[in-house]
Design a protein around this ligand. Structure first.
Ligand SMILES: Cc1cc2nc3c(=O)[nH]c(=O)nc-3n(C[C@H](O)[C@H](O)[C@H](O)COP(=O)(O)OP(=O)(O)OC[C@H]3O[C@@H](n4cnc5c(N)ncnc54)[C@H](O)[C@@H]3O)c2cc1C
Length: 494
């Protein structure tokens, strides 16, 4: 008899799980509160243009190649990508600039010109170690359904021998970076990769240097934005029979004799299933937002354990003074202070580092005339359930961000109607239980990666997929988590 799976949420993890289960012959129904697939992969309407308001850095192409291949399709036929020759442009308030590339020699030369030969050599060692960490963790951590520190340690020694000591996460990324770079700007630049998993470089283990390696393997711009990626994966799932129900919130996950057996929708309708995947933030379950039956299905997340939130501005603006590329980072002067302000004082620095995604530029070439579509992002504490952001505070923070851009050389001109802000309070509303965290729990401390919920929850029949579950946040990782959950469901059903 055909087995039935219900997936709660059409974010990256829910979508990949839908593809894999539908391909395996399961009857799949996806219930999504929003009006379209994608979750954090979304566009904001700003005047008459749509601007990507969530993820913009597309990496780990292989994850999507493999997902589409398992479903009998070719990813590159469905999603048009252009590889970014430059990974990003970086600017500092003192007027210095550095472009980085995936070619190591090209980046090392750029670093030698920007800084000195010692830092260029440090960069080469950093690349070697980042690659080693990545290769050891890819199969031994990312692809497993339930990692344990002991099992991982055994496998690393088996596969990597003494070299695997390089991945020992006893040092913070920040202090490890001092072994490679004497130039504080480079320490800042590579420390920033911790924010890709919602964490502070001061507290995250040095193993996260692997993120820089992942980016060096390739960064692509998605034609139509990341929203187009979400639609392509949803289309693939539908071709295999999955059904998507939008504007359909699941209010409750129901259990019978301790096993998850169905859901109740906001409309009051109750549906039964053999397996349920929850793709929202796992904290929503432990906070009781999906009912008492599943409140013990995951561990609770304390406020101080949450990963970063963000304040973003989607702006349609005229730009001048700085030649933007697709990805640009404008660094503030005191990086350590930014993170202690966020994680300890639970506030945002007056002088924040600003990421700018110039969405109409690919490899430096601007495809429009006049105004261009920008996403500005600064990090913020995930206190969206504490209602911290008034209009005037947000306006002040925008002024601070624009000031950092201006000191880095970039001037923006736009009208109020061409700017839409999103703050932690808004993220919390969109992603219930998250507090506004965009990445689940922060990866702080040696064992944090092992405390993330695995694909199988503590309640039988209920599985987890998404950035708050193993193997962690980011579009490709959340996509992997959905596939891992689908695999686990099939194993348990066999
Ligand atoms: C501003 C921003 C920038 C980012 N930058 C990058 C980047 O450059 N590169 C990158 O790889 N990653 C980036 N990320 C992170 C990345 O977007 C996420 O890790 C990933 O998309 C999370 O996917 P997910 O599977 O956890 O689902 P989510 O995107 O969290 O979606 C979950 C879905 O579940 C739905 N849902 C929840 N509860 C219910 C319910 N009860 N009933 C029905 N539906 C429900 C929600 O509506 C939502 O659509 C960024 C995120 C943000 C917000």
């Amino acid at each position: 008899m055909t087995k039935r799976a219900i997936i709660v949420g059409a974010g990256a993890g829910g979508l990949s799980a839908a593809v894999d289960l539908a391909t395996a012959g399961w009857k799949v129904d996806v219930f999504e509160s929003n009006g379209e697939p994608g979750g954090k992969m979304h566009q904001r309407q700003v005047g008459d243009v749509g601007i990507d308001g969530g993820p913009t850095v597309f990496t780990m192409h292989w994850v999507f190649d493999e997902l589409f291949k398992r479903a009998g399709a070719v990813f590159d036929d469905r999603v048009r990508l252009t590889e970014s020759r430059r990974l990003a442009r970086h600017a500092w308030t003192d007027g210095s600039h550095l472009d980085l590339f995936h070619d190591i020699d090209q980046s090392a030369n750029a670093i030698a010109d920007f800084s000195d030969e010692g830092n260029a050599q440090g960069y080469r060692r950093f690349c070697d170690d980042g690659e080693l960490v990545h290769n050891l963790l890819r199969d031994n951590f990312m692809a497993t359904s339930q990692p344990s520190p002991l099992r991982l340690g055994y496998r690393l020694l088996r596969d990597g021998g003494l070299k695997s000591l390089a991945v020992a996460p006893h040092q913070s990324l920040w202090s490890a970076l001092g072994n490679y770079f004497s130039d504080p700007r480079l320490k800042q630049l590579y420390g920033r990769y911790a924010t890709y998993v919602g964490s502070s470089p001061l507290s995250t283990p040095s193993t996260l240097m692997l993120i820089a390696h992942v980016e060096r393997q390739g960064v692509w711009c998605v034609d139509g934005g990341m929203r187009a990626l979400a639609h392509a994966i949803a289309d693939l799932a539908m071709e295999h029979g999955a059904q998507f129900h939008y504007q359909s919130t699941v209010r409750k996950i129901n259990c019978t004799n301790g096993r998850a057996t169905g859901v109740t929708l906001a409309s009051g309708e109750t549906l039964a299933a053999d397996a349920i995947i929850f793709n929202g933030d796992s904290a929503a379950l432990s906070d009781g937002l999906l009912g008492d039956d599943v409140v013990k299905s995951t561990r609770t997340r304390k406020r101080r354990e949450r990963g970063l939130s963000a304040i973003t501005w989607c702006i349609n603006a005229n730009t001048s003074g700085f030649e933007l590329d697709h990805h640009n980072v404008f660094f503030a002067t005191n990086y350590e202070r930014e993170f202690t302000t966020i994680f300890k004082s639970r506030s945002v620095c007056n002088e924040p580092t600003v990421y700018v995604c110039a969405q109409d530029r690919v490899n430096g070439k601007l495809s429009t005339e006049g105004k261009e579509r920008l996403l500005l992002l600064i990090n913020a504490p995930a206190d969206g359930d504490h209602g911290a952001w008034t209009r005037s505070k947000l306006d002040q923070q925008r002024k601070n961000a624009l000031d950092v851009l201006s000191r880095g050389g970039l001037k923006l001109a736009f009208s109020e109607a061409d700017c839409v802000a999103t703050c932690p309070d808004n993220w919390h509303q969109r992603f219930p239980g998250s507090g506004g965290s965009l990445y689940g729990a922060a990866s702080h401390g040696m064992f944090s990666s092992f405390t993330r919920p695995s694909s199988a929850s503590r309640v039988k029949g209920l599985y987890l997929a998404g950035g708050s579950a193993h193997p962690g946040p980011g579009v490709p990782m959340a996509t992997l988590s959905g596939s891992i959950a689908a695999q686990r469901i099939q194993q348990d059903a066999a």
